[in-house]
Design a protein around this ligand. Structure first.
Ligand SMILES: Nc1nc2c(ncn2[C@@H]2O[C@H](COP(=O)(O)OP(=O)(O)O)[C@@H](O)[C@H]2O)c(=O)[nH]1
Ligand SMILES: [Mg+2]
Length: 268
């Protein structure tokens, strides 16, 4: 399973972010807590030296032990970082405080661009920060090209989040990003991906799989999940595509437990 990338997309995304960076005072970089390392793009650092706050999203779906390790690790490196659950609003107060501390010398409300790779929660973050304010205050015209600013608590946000290109020369990273749906499902083989995930989980997080699917044959766990869940073709053979979709959905919705796919900071 080799995942291809298209450099044209990368160049275009980079140019767009560079344009948007000119309009803002700082960045909110959204990173998925299940892949704290793989969902960051190291190239971002080179694009600007404006303040950058890292928002570690989806902490409800990630392994809390590893989430703490990553938060501590980044903090010890002088990064500004806060973990959030955007569905429940957890961590949002701390994020607001971090923004107000970081920009305490700013004469105007800080204008922030939300950036991150696909599906990490950029839109959810913007919605959470601007809800109930949009109607009240209304969008303000931006600096150029009719960009709109949305009013958040003590900050303004650009209405369009900056889509970062995922960085996945490393095939392990690519698989992790595909599992969390940051790389579109059409780009790689779902059956191989789900089989890889079941194998990986058997090694690192066996409890959730055991609880959901019972004991699986280590030689062909995907086939067994398919049989068990009635993912069958007409002749009675297992429909591997359907079984793979089911496993990936279970993972993505947290049914296999709170799991972090990247290793601990001490292990990478
Ligand atoms: N469980 C959980 N789901 C989240 C969280 N934040 C976002 N999501 C979900 O993740 C998916 C992608 O979010 P979205 O904001 O569209 O990501 P974007 O592509 O970066 O804009 C949506 O289904 C959200 O409901 C979170 O903190 N916890
Ligand atoms: Mg979005």
């Amino acid at each position: 399973m080799t995942i291809q990338w298209y450099p044209g997309h990368m160049t275009k995304a980079k140019r767009m972010i560079e344009e948007e960076l000119k309009l803002v005072d700082g960045l909110l970089e959204v990173v998925d807590a299940r892949v704290p390392l793989s969902s960051r793009n190291p190239d971002l650092q080179g694009l600007t030296n404006k303040p950058r706050l890292v928002v570690l999203s989806k902490i409800d779906l990630a392994d809390p032990v590893k989430t703490k390790e990553w938060l501590d690790h980044w903090q010890s490196q002088g990064e500004q970082v806060v973990g959030v659950n955007l569905l429940q609003g957890q961590g949002m107060g701390r994020l607001r405080n971090l923004v107000s501390r970081t920009f305490s010398n700013s004469k105007r409300l800080p204008r922030l661009l939300v950036v991150g790779i696909p599906n990490v929660g950029k839109s959810s973050l913007i919605n959470a920060l601007t809800k109930r304010r949009r109607a009240q205050v209304g969008a303000r015209p931006g600096v150029t090209r009719g960009k709109q600013w949305l009013s958040g608590p003590g900050m303004l946000l650009l209405d369009s989040p900056g889509i970062l290109w995922p960085k996945f020369e490393d095939q392990e990273v690519a698989k992790r990003l595909a599992v969390i749906a940051s790389i579109r499902d059409e780009v790689l083989d779902q059956v191989n991906l789900a089989a890889w995930l079941l194998e990986w989980l058997a090694q690192y997080y066996p409890a959730g799989v055991l609880e959901r699917y019972g004991v699986l044959d280590p030689h062909n766990p995907l086939e067994e999940v398919g049989r068990q869940r009635g993912c069958l073709l007409q002749g009675g053979d297992v429909d591997f595509n359907q079984a793979a979709a089911l496993v990936l959905k279970d993972f993505r919705t947290g049914k296999l437990g709170a799991i972090t796919l990247d290793h601990s900071p001490s292990e990478v």
